[in-house]
Design a protein. Sequence first.
Length: 124
Amino acid sequence: MGGVLIAILFCAHIFYFLNEYLQVVIPDYADHPQVYDFIMSEKRKIMLYLIVIVSLLGCFLFFMGVVLTHKIAGPIMVIKRRMADVERGDFGAQVRLRKGDEFKDLADSFNNMLNSLIYLFKKK
């Protein structure tokens, strides 16, 4: 989200200085409509490029945020559910995470703890 805000501020900054520069330059070309039209068409192209770049950057950052959220929050929710299962007495509740998920070490430790508890209960 911060990246999108920075990109928008950057584009606004460029737009502001482009307008300020053109306010100084355009009066020099008031007697030359072709040059004025060219400057204005280039200004529109630059603004269109900036809008496209910011839109693409925003979509990319949104997509990355969703992916990262699923890779972090998803495993936490799975582990939390399995802990609740163990709390209810279901010691067969192994944590299985998707390939590439974060907290694989935590899930493995949780599964090892469950296996140790099962072994200790059977031993008694």
